[in-house]
Design a protein around this ligand. Sequence first.
Ligand SMILES: [Mg+2]
Length: 248
Amino acid sequence: MKILATDLDGTLYLDTVLIDGVKSAYNSLILNNFTLFHTTNNSSQSTDLICSKLQNLLNMDIDISSIITPLTILENFLINKNNSIYVFGSSEVKNFISNISDTVSDINNCDLIIIGRVDSPSYEKLDIICEAIKSGTKCITLNKDLTYPISKTELKPGNGQIAKYVESKSSQILDSLGKEGHLYSQYFFDRNIKLDYVVGDRVDTDIIFGNNVGAKSILVESSIENHMSTTIADERFKDFPSFVSSII
Ligand SMILES: [Mg+2]
């Protein structure tokens, strides 16, 4: 039995549409006894929402525990900890975190800051966060994606741009809960899940993740951009279906 972790946005689908050939490629992986994990840096949607989107697109049952987002990693990270968390992020992210931990609205009363994506970040608030970090408060970002896809062809600034600002102003490197961070890989190590393949469309997240967990890292070129040299990928394919044909 082989285990494969696949990215979602830009790899299985673009926006709300499956990439050509993905449905039958996905089916043949299942028929050939592959175990699949769905790995994404999307932290603005719950795993329930992502799961039902996948089920609808692929027209099959998907095990929700196979969907690993930065929020999954965060929930796991917070187990048996009693943090008071200050959240910089959307109301969805704030709600999610307040359901799994104590959150505070006064940054002076927190011992952990979580950075998530917002459409129009307040630099005044970010500067206050940077001061808190400089005074020793721990800060983690949900991911370091520089861009955020809002449709097939449009991108918005991502969480990574906020994280970059905070890193440069506070002179500290933030831990990330995204695929590029060590906590994401650790989630698989802790469960003794040995990934054979990691597939995705971005070098700065998917390929780094694949290399970190010692899997064969597969770059697919079905989406818009890559932010780093593609030479660190073990193999490159036009899209997910052509990769699947190469292993089945
Ligand atoms: Mg992607």
